[in-house]
Ligand binder design. Structure first.
Ligand code: GDD
Length: 352
């Protein structure tokens, strides 16, 4: 059987690592684009790939950057992929307010460079492209959101992702490129970066077992998100790429919780009950049993503009691709906390 080749940009991230593992298990030859800073800090930069045992004979790393048009064109030319998954991104919404131009370079220019490379190399006929679009593009539009909803992003990240989304659609419609947009709602896992709220919370809860030190500082607790599991979502990416026609699909769990409800659930999974006292910036989350302050509010984690309510409607993916999530919220939370407990005990043994 002819082995398919995939190129994944952003392969060292949460989704990249899970997708690489998924494709290797399907018999693909996988090429991963990794940025120079992951090369410099190799052990840390490639830790997810190590953990999932991705590094091996059917996986090659290419150092580069999607914002460098020459680089991405030469990687595409030399690897000749059947499928390109563009997952490289400046993905932290709050950070995008600090570095909006970098967000555009990576999130909008990055996909443009890939589309142009495929077109200029005359590879339209053989390559399929997946663009990682985001539910952050919906911004202030009322929930639930699906492929037909308006888009009013409220962060530089969201605006840059919306530009990328439209470029992908435009190249599909004007040049006939096989490009699909996966509009993914929040998706978490044990491999989630610790600067995203879910992992920040689960790590803190797992650390509590080793003794109370100081409160966890958080920002807006009222924002509502549709949290799914990244492992389900990378399967969805692949399913989009196997469809007869290129199209755009929402992937979401269809259930939404506030950040506060997530915090409550994470603490209570290890037996801590939080009592919320006070309001606004003075609000505290107190351990009902010991009186220790477990959560405090820090203005630094508030964004200049907040996206209040995301709830995805993934009916189209269910109908056309037969995709549905298999990992529920409880299991995802359990896996994250178990993973953190394991990492913390390894760190305690000096193996971390
Ligand atoms: N990161 C973070 N840190 N967020 C906090 C904190 C905190 O201390 N406290 C409250 N929040 C709130 C944020 O204001 C936001 O409303 C919510 O928690 C979720 O924040 P993140 O986990 O940073 O994710 P996100 O929703 O902004 O973005 C994620 O999902 C998008 C899809 O909708 C990212 O993965 C994006 O790359 C992705 O496109």
């Amino acid at each position: 059987m002819v082995q398919k080749k995939a190129l994944i940009t952003g392969v060292a991230g949460q989704d990249g690592a899970y997708l690489a593992r998924f494709l290797l298990d399907k018999g693909y030859e996988v090429h991963g684009l990794v940025r120079w800073d992951s090369y410099v800090a190799k052990r840390d930069g490639l830790r997810r790939l190590n953990l999932l045992e991705v590094l091996g004979p059917y996986f090659s790393i290419h150092y580069g950057d999607v914002s460098d048009a020459h680089n991405i064109a030469s990687v595409i030319k030399s690897t000749k992929p059947d499928e390109i998954y563009n997952l490289a991104a400046l993905s932290h919404v709050q950070v995008s307010f600090d570095v909006p131009a970098s967000s555009f370079d990576i999130n909008a220019h990055g996909i443009l460079n890939i589309l142009e490379a495929v077109r200029c190399l005359d590879m339209e006929e053989r390559v399929r492209i997946y663009q990682a679009s985001s539910s952050e593009m919906f911004g202030k539009v009322p929930a639930p959101q699906n492929e037909m909803s308006a888009m009013q992003p409220c962060s530089p990240y969201g605006v840059s992702k919306l530009a990328g989304y439209h470029l992908a659609r435009l190249y599909r419609e004007s040049y006939g490129l096989w490009v699909c947009n996966g509009i993914l709602f929040n998706h978490e896992s044990p491999l989630r970066g610790e600067d995203f709220v879910t992992h920040k919370v689960t790590r803190y809860v797992a650390e509590l077992e080793h003794g109370y030190q100081k409160p966890l500082s958080l920002g807006n607790l009222e924002a509502i998100r549709d949290w799914g599991d990244a492992r389900d979502y990378v399967r969805g990416m692949w399913m989009m790429m196997q469809a007869e026609e290129p199209d755009d699909f929402v992937l979401a769990s269809g259930q939404a919780l506030s950040v506060r409800a997530f915090v409550d659930a994470a603490f209570s999974s290890l037996g801590y009950q939080i009592e919320w006292r006070g309001s606004g910036l003075d609000e505290l989350g107190v351990d009902a049993e010991t009186g220790n302050v477990l959560v405090k509010i820090d203005e630094a984690f508030y964004r200049p503009l907040e996206l209040d309510h995301l709830l995805g409607d993934a009916s189209k993916a269910k109908d056309i691709l037969a995709w549905k999530p298999e990992i529920g919220f409880e299991q995802m939370l359990r896996d994250m906390i178990e993973h953190d407990r394991k990492i913390i005990s390894l760190e305690g043994n000096g193996d971390g």
